[in-house]
Design a protein around this ligand. Structure first.
Ligand code: F6R
Length: 260
């Protein structure tokens, strides 16, 4: 794992945007995996700025989102469809036919999940997968005890995750119980995983992910098995890491060719 600690979320997000932009410039037909929630918002703002001011071109990019709430129509303001179009897709030149987000209204959910996996395969796999992390250590909506080999499927949210998202829905009782999410096995196949975590509330989950055992109880810990997992943290999210000084030293002393 590569642990990059920056003073604040904005600086970490700008670095994440540079990594994404470099991928797209090297391969205009890149396949990007996106996350929703609060964490990636500064990254998406920076990508929009790069598109508008630096001509970053998304016209040939394909994208896959990690997850969606079951039962929410794309037009529902809390759906991840709506969030992605409001915060990113509607503000860059991505082609709508190359945007993939799980269908929360699918009638046959297992078939829709299989089709989603097939679309990722047909697109050639995901080059860079953006990830956030839940306070319980989930990535995507792979809650604790998720199979480390899981594929896209329906999951039931934990009470903790529903509480964490209650304010956006105007009450915990309004947060759906079920979601469709890429599996941990699906995420592990992305060529690069870029996990962003900001704030004290994420510090314990980040420490377990990086320095604890690989365990289904902390789904993000499966990233220890990935060959190119980059964690971009602000100081608060890094505050419970025992070896933070070592990660800082590694980061500060990289040879030029290895710099992110
Ligand atoms: C959302 C997702 C989740 C979030 C996580 C953190 O697509 O995959 O894993 O990244 O719940 O959410 P925030 O960023 O709102 O703290």
């Amino acid at each position: 794992m590569e642990i990059l600690i920056r003073p604040d979320a904005d600086q970490a997000s700008r670095l994440a945007a540079r990594i994404v932009a470099r991928t797209v410039r090297q391969n205009p037909r890149a396949v990007l995996g996106f996350a929703t929630g609060q964490t990636p918002l500064p990254l998406y703002r920076e990508l929009v700025r790069m598109h508008r001011e630096d001509g970053l071109d998304f016209s040939a990019v394909t994208s896959f989102n990690l997850d969606e709430y079951v039962g929410l129509a794309p037009s529902h303001p809390q759906s991840y469809h709506a969030a992605m179009w409001a915060n990113l897709f509607g503000r860059i030149n991505i082609a709508p036919e190359r945007v993939f987000i799980p269908d929360g209204l699918a009638v046959d959910i297992p078939a829709a999940c299989r089709a989603y996996e097939e679309s990722i395969r047909k697109a050639g796999g995901i080059d860079v997968q953006i990830l956030g992390i839940g306070t319980d250590g989930h990535i995507g909506f792979n809650e604790p005890t998720s199979s480390l080999a899981s594929r896209t499927r329906i999951k039931t949210l934990t009470a903790q995750t529903r509480r964490d998202n209650a304010e956006f829905f105007g009450g915990e009782y309004k947060v759906p119980h079920h979601v469709i999410t890429m599996g941990l096995g699906t995420i592990l196949e992305a060529r690069t995983c870029l996990l962003l975590a900001f704030g004290k509330t994420k510090a314990a989950a980040v420490a377990k992910t990086v320095e604890g055992p690989v365990t289904a109880m902390v789904p993000a810990s499966v990233l220890q098995l990935h060959q190119r997992a980059i964690l971009l943290l602000d100081e608060d999210a890094a505050s419970e890491l025992e070896r933070a000084d070592y990660y800082r030293f590694v980061d500060a002393n990289k040879p030029d060719w290895q710099k992110p």
